[in-house]
Design a protein around this ligand. Sequence first.
Ligand SMILES: NC(=O)c1ccc[n+]([C@@H]2O[C@H](COP(=O)([O-])OP(=O)(O)OC[C@H]3O[C@@H](n4cnc5c(N)ncnc54)[C@H](O)[C@@H]3O)[C@@H](O)[C@H]2O)c1
Length: 364
Amino acid sequence: MRSIKVNLEKKYSSSYEIRIGNGIIDRIALLVAKNHKADKYAIITDDNVARLHGKNFLAVLKNIGLNADMIDFPAGEASKNIGTILDISDKLLKLGADRTTCLIALGGGVAGDMTGFIASVYMRGVPYVQIPTSLVAQVDSAIGGKTAIDLPAGKNLLGTFNQPSEVFADLNFLNTLPAKEFENGLAEIIKYGIIDDEKMFILLEDNMDAVKQKDPVMMLKIVENCCRIKKAIIEIDEREQGLRRILNYGHTLGHALEAVSDYKLSHGEGVALGMIAAARISAKKNYLDAQEATRIEEIIRLANLPTKIPGFLPAGEIINRLQMDKKKKGDTIHFVLLKKIGMPFINGGVANDIIGEVIEEMKL
Ligand SMILES: NC(=O)c1ccc[n+]([C@@H]2O[C@H](COP(=O)([O-])OP(=O)(O)OC[C@H]3O[C@@H](n4cnc5c(N)ncnc54)[C@H](O)[C@@H]3O)[C@@H](O)[C@H]2O)c1
């Protein structure tokens, strides 16, 4: 089992460990019991993960003598709202959960974001650990303490910063993950290579087949690498006041594409297209060598993620959507651009005509 420490300054939060391994569920249970002593444990998960892994994990916790229960909610982003939070809180009360209870987020980013949110407010705050089961959650959402729920007006509009007490990623969970969900995670992994680590980018270029086959040795190496990159960024900028924004590489346009497609494009597909577009914009503005932009497009193709924007998405609407986000976020769209693979920077404004040109070039 690999261990990575997230060193926080105690300004806002305490430091914690991320542990990663293959087939480590029994070790995780023992470490939860040892490091997070509590009278009661409540696993919070979605109904898919409850069926595939939750029941088994609950049994493991009970077998070692812990007083544990499980609460589940319908899987999917549509559950990430205040109604589900109230429902889970009600169930926690009925189970007798109090301020000494330890919550366990078991699942993808939805379970993680919601459990972290409840842990911030339930009885003025209870501890929680993250056990991410999707690739997105293992390399991204379980680390860093951003918690959130959605409002009808948009995603992640209610939330807190609330770091978990520990993160445990068992790569065995990935064996049951649907291909589309794996690809969503792959887009984030490629992003880490682009923004921080050319060596990992090359590793991915050379080993994409092994990654797609979820080769355990390769996955361990890559997930560990991504966690190290994210933890280093969080240590510098826990509350997203600056550097942490580079994690949004490909996401500005990606979100707009997802929304304009009425969410027919998945998050990973939107981000993949957004990453290609950001590289092309960087090349057009002469920050980035055009060959590097081609490498980015090629690795996305190797990952089976899309490289072309579906023809039915009008450039005008995509740009309008970007403008809407701009208004919401206080008049600047922080486009993350590149000088090299591994060398991003934040650019305060890209002219609409350049964005429009790139969208047209990328149309199917
Ligand atoms: N907090 C952060 O920093 C952060 C970062 C990135 C994304 N997010 C949030 O995370 C969410 C996306 O995360 P996600 O992609 O994990 O979504 P998700 O939690 O909805 O999981 C995706 C699907 O995979 C299923 N699943 C999860 N693990 C599985 C497994 N091992 N086997 C089979 N099925 C499994 C789930 O049931 C669900 O149907 C979004 O709400 C996003 O806003 C948060």
